[in-house]
Ligand binder design. Structure first.
Ligand code: AP5
Ligand code: MG
Ligand code: ZN
Length: 217
């Protein structure tokens, strides 16, 4: 099964993808994570993407389409993947169709996670992640079971993203409403768009996504 999790910054794409990876053995393909790894490695793509990401704008379609075309070819994607953060423009959506047709892959569903803009800022500014294994947390909504200790790996080191501040969130939301939301009708017309209430509690959102996936099997 191959799906897209689509939603604004802070909608819970990464949180839900992390869970689906475990329950469905699908691979999470987060373009944001790939770009952050490229920035950390100081690669050519990382150098180009750094300032764009810090400004909350979109990295160019050429770069993003190239990254995804390469990634989908890797053998670990054969079991199914969850696209998280891609596509984000109509050109990226069209390119994804071409890449998948070329490899005779099927896009089973696009799961749109709807969340009010007001809730997103609080989600993003309270977010942190384990520095060692990347598990995601929130100051209020998802604290580690033992304070300052990662549930998954026991590490006590945590990080916050450079673009997780109120100022950059405004630009990221503008990019979402200005470009990314335009791909929603594209998938609705194809008949594969499913919407879930991303305002619900994390476990309830998981349940709703699971119900969508059940209809696809
Ligand atoms: P990216 O990393 O994709 O960031 P984003 O889309 O802004 O989304 P986030 O990762 O912020 O949110 P999320 O939906 O994953 O939420 P999460 O689960 O963490 O992209 C970063 C940048 O890279 C972009 O701005 C752009 O510059 C560039 N980029 C990436 N892809 C690109 C592309 N295709 N084209 C061009 N540029 C690209 O949840 C957030 C917090 O809320 C967490 O703390 C979590 O614990 C909490 N939470 C989650 N769900 C709930 C819930 N239901 N209730 C309460 N709290 C919740
Ligand atoms: Mg994310
Ligand atoms: Zn960890």
């Amino acid at each position: 099964m191959n799906i897209i999790l689509l939603g604004p910054p802070g909608a819970g794409k990464g949180t839900q993808a992390e869970r689906l990876e475990k329950t469905h053995h699908m691979i999470q393909l987060s373009t944001g994570d790939m770009l952050r790894a490229a920035v950390a490695a100081g690669s050519e793509i990382g150098l180009k993407a750094k300032a764009v990401m810090e400004a909350g704008e979109l990295v160019s379609d050429d770069i993003m389409i190239g990254i995804i075309a390469d990634r989908i070819m890797q053998p670990d994607c054969a079991a199914g993947f969850i696209l998280d953060g891609f596509p984000r423009t109509t050109d990226q959506a069209a390119a994804l169709d071409d890449i998948m047709a070329d490899k005779q892959l099927k896009l089973d569903a696009v799961v749109e996670m709807t969340v009010d803009d007001e809730a997103l800022t609080e989600r993003i500014t309270g977010r942190f992640a384990c520095a060692k294994c990347g598990a995601g947390y929130h100051d209020r909504f998802k604290q580690p079971k033992t304070p300052d200790t990662c549930d998954a790996c026991g590490s006590s080191e945590f990080t916050r993203r450079d673009d997780d501040n109120a100022e950059t969130v405004k630009a990221r939301l503008a990019a979402y409403h200005g470009s990314t939301a335009q791909i929603i009708p594209y998938y609705r017309e194809k008949g594969i768009l499913r919407s879930v209430d991303g305002m619900a509690a994390i476990d309830d959102v998981t349940r709703e996504i699971e119900q969508v996936l059940e209809t696809l099997q």
